[in-house]
Design a protein around this ligand. Sequence first.
Ligand SMILES: [Zn+2]
Ligand SMILES: [Zn+2]
Length: 343
Amino acid sequence: MADAGVVLRAPGDVALEEIVVDDPGPGEVLVRIEATGVCHSDLHVVQEDGWGHPLPVLLGHEGAGTVEEVGAGVNGLAPGDRVVIGWHTACGRCASCARGLPRHCRRPPLAAGRLHRRDGADLMPVLRTGTFATRTVVPAVAAVKIPAELPSEQACLLGCAVATGVMSVLETAKVWEGARVGVIGCGAVGLSVIQGARIAGAAEIRALDVDERKREQALRFGATHTEPGPVDFVFDVVSRSQTFEQGLGLLASGGTLVVIGLAPAGETATVELPALFARRARIVVSHGGDHLPHEDFPRLAQWALDGSLDLESMVTRTGRLDEWSEAFDVMQHGNVIRTVLTP
Ligand SMILES: [Zn+2]
Ligand SMILES: [Zn+2]
């Protein structure tokens, strides 16, 4: 059966089409995708005409599936292994990796030239993954084995939303036990921040969102309040001028604002420098929670299995790959935490 994938062919032109998937090269693996979450970043890629990826682009970056083939020199992975695909991998060679900071790698590896349109043109997979597809090829370091008991429909969320949210708390911010935490934007990433804050032992977790349904929903994931108040950490999952400014305003003395969301091109915010100084505030950017797939996915999967991390309640909508367009619509206008698509 031919492979298929959702391709951004030209600005504004997205379609599910037949694609060609080559065998994996040295150090690469071919994965049959069983489930893929629909993340805002894919919409961002469409709206920003590729968001730096050369067109044509294969969408999707939050996938789980089964290894079908491994390339030469791949150790520790074999056909039949169930894996989550990670986009925030490390090359081991760039300046950050050389400094012992693989979580800040500047050049995550790409399995280049393995995916094509039917006419042979190379497809660039979003964030080096390309999971809105029946199969994809990724560097072996991007495929992380997960326990057989964790269903792919839940496991795929570890690949982006959950890793980003939970690790923003544990790695980027290093939230301490007893801290007061605020979260602006309570979609899949925001709810993952809330769950991460719960795991970290935060004493107060304030869920802030313009949508009252989302604030109420957040209480089921561990939020303790749904109104603003002074906090030690604010996570801005939305990243618009208003949320950034609101976040800064909530910080207690010595507090940290963590910017997680992707702002649209040209977005700016105003910072009152004297207030920043008086509060000794810190502003840090979380790049996907600075997660490292092979270190973090196994512990996140274990927390999901032992009940400390609720993945099941985050999957509120499912569909087939050819329903990608409705999934984007619902993400923008409907009340959904995560849509997961299956081929
Ligand atoms: Zn690197
Ligand atoms: Zn994502």
